[in-house]
Structures are given as C-alpha cells and as structure tokens.
Design a binder for this molecule. Structure first.
Ligand code: 8YV
Length: 332
C-alpha cells in the first residue's frame, strides 16, 4: 500500500521533515513560501494530511476543495485558524500542540510583563540612540512588579504557569478571571483568587491576557475595559490578536490612560496597527512566546506524531475535535 500523502505547509526543522518522510509521501515548503488560501488549497487537493501553523486557515471552502484531506495537525496550541465545526462536519480531524509549550510561554509572558513594567526596551532604544549623557533620579522609572496585584484573564495551563511565577516568585497577589473557576486545590496551588472581570480590571496593577481567541473573546479588551483599568496599570497580551482592540489600545497608550502595554500578538499580524508603532510606552514582539529551540522542536514533533498516530490507526494524540470518519474520494 502506498504511503499517505502529506503537506508540511511551512518550513520546519529538517529532522522533522526527514522523520515524516519515513512514514509519508511528503511535500514540504522549506523555502517557507507564504501561500494564498487558493494556493494552499491547490497544494492540498491531492493530500491526505497536513502539518500547519497558525498562519494557514482551514475553512469550509478549503475543505470542499480538498476531499482527500483527513487530518490537519496544527503546530500551535491555539487553533483559531481552524473552522472546527466545518472540519468536524467534513470528517476532518484537527490536532494541536498543548502542554509542550506551557512553561516556555509562561516564561515569556513574565518576560514581557517585566520588560513592560520596567521599560526595558524603551530605555534600550534611548541608550542606542546615543541619548544617555547623564544619570538622573527618575530616568525610566517604571512600575513595581513584586508585591503588586497580577490579574490574569484566561486561566488555562499557561495562565496557571504565569500565576505560579507571580505568586511564588514575585510575591504577587494573583487574581484571575476565566469562563470556569478552577477547582479549589488548583486555585490554592496557583495562589490565585477568582474575581469578576470588572474587579480584575479595576484593581490589578498588571493585567495579562492568556485566553483563546473565539467569537466570544473578540475585543475582550476595548475602550470601555481600558477605561476601567488603573492609569498606572500595564497590559500584556500573549494570547491572540483580536482579543484586544488595538486601535483603542493605541489611543489609551497615547493619552496615558494606562501606563504601558506588552504585546506579542496583533490584530491582522504580521501587520501592526500604526498607532502602536508611534507610542513609546509599548513593548512589541513578533509572536515569539513559544520560541525556544527546544519548545518549537517539541511542538513540531508533537504535530508530526499526531499525523503518524492517526494514519497508524492509533488515533490522534491531542485532538481538538471528534469527526466521523471521512469517506476518501478515490485517487485524483
Ligand atoms: C505558535 C502560538 O508558535 O501555540 C500557539 O498557539 O501562538 C505559538 O506558539 C504560533 O501560533 C505558530 O503556529
């Protein structure tokens, strides 16, 4: 029997391509060419499976154009690039990469919080521009981190990791808001207290967003929520673009209605709202929260293992849906 055909949609570690080639007929994209939805569909038309990143949209029209496709393994924990209902209806399995990136991403959330509160990049730009000619008592005086109140919106695995770092490492008073409350044992371990979103926004010194992007979480933070925050507060988004209204945030930062923001994700990325590029009180990074070599390799390997397990008949390791079996259209 011939090996199933898969597409690796974007460049990945060469060893992952080699490993997958033992199991599949692989079309890779090591040149990392960005493809339009129509070009992606054209590549997937004769494929049984795909390894994607958050940049490839798997929706109804792509699924209709690719009748052989049975599984899409996302190299990301978030999967808002999947139309899960459409995939389930079409009988296409989706998988993601939870757990392997939790601690690394929580580390980065904390790094961004620290850089934002303590004005790390702003002061570095000042120094590199040759503007440091004397020390002064209030130069780049930022916000305290230790002992302050940390508010986390979205208390999944990564949110819990950030809570632990804040509570145990920095003596912070951690409050959180989530669709569902954690069980008391987990709350105690994270030293985190559940509060309403409004109380969190009104009282936290630092607000970190770690919730998944869905229609319900679109613009969780907009002008009204920014107005509820303390003028001294910082806001960190390591979740997804679209959770924050970037235009409203740029305006709030410009008018100093909050002190500063740290953003790893953006509406319409890799485009960044021009208003955010103009203000000094924001730390901007290009969606790198999970970017350590070890973690990205673990994510790629988990995505690959999902494909292998699925076609071996063992079932996917980390499924995001439970579709009925897709009837494969005969070879084209
Ligand atoms: C990915 C992420 O690197 O896992 C996620 O959800 O946001 C990042 O870790 C990115 O989405 C590329 O797939």
């Amino acid at each position: 029997m011939s090996k199933p055909r898969i597409l690796i949609a974007r460049a990945v570690f060469p060893e992952v391509v080699e490993h997958l080639s033992l199991h599949f007929q692989v079309e890779s994209n090591q040149e990392d060419v960005l493809r339009s939805p129509a070009e992606l569909a054209a590549r997937l038309v004769d494929k049984d499976g795909a390894l994607t990143t958050g940049s490839e949209r798997i929706d109804r029209s792509l699924l209709a154009a690719c009748p052989r496709l049975r599984i899409v393994a996302n190299m990301a924990v978030g999967y808002n690039n999947f139309d899960v209902d459409a995939m389930t209806a079409a009988g296409v399995q989706g998988t993601n990469t939870p757990d392997v990136l939790t601690e690394t991403t929580a580390d980065f959330g904390f790094a961004l919080l620290m850089a934002t509160a303590r004005r790390v990049t702003e002061s570095e730009h000042f120094l590199r521009a040759g503007r440091w000619n004397k020390w002064s008592y209030d130069m780049f005086a930022g916000a305290e981190v230790h002992g302050t109140r940390l508010g986390i919106i979205g208390m999944g695995r990564i949110g819990q990791g950030i809570a632990r770092r804040g509570a145990h490492g920095f003596g912070m008073d951690v409050v959180y808001h989530n669709r569902t409350r954690l069980d008391p044992a987990l709350e105690a371990e994270c030293k985190a207290r559940y509060v309403a979103k409004e109380e969190l926004l009104r009282t936290a010194d630092h607000v970190v967003l770690v919730l998944p992007y869905t229609a319900d979480s679109h613009h969780t933070i907009g002008a009204a929520e920014l107005a509820q925050m303390k003028p001294t507060a910082t806001l960190v988004n390591i979740a997804r673009g679209g959770i924050v209204d970037d235009a409203a945030l740029a305006q709030a930062l410009r008018e100093r209605r909050i002190a500063a923001a740290g953003l790893d994700v953006f509406e319409g990325e890799p485009q960044v709202h021009p208003g955010l590029l103009e203000v000094p009180n924001v730390v901007l990074t290009p969606h790198i929260a999970s970017a350590t070599v070890g973690t990205r390799l673990a994510m790629a390997n988990l995505a690959a293992d999902n494909l292998i397990a699925f076609f071996d008949g063992r079932g996917p390791l980390t499924p995001v849906n439970t579709p009925a079996v897709r009837t494969i259209t005969p070879s084209i």
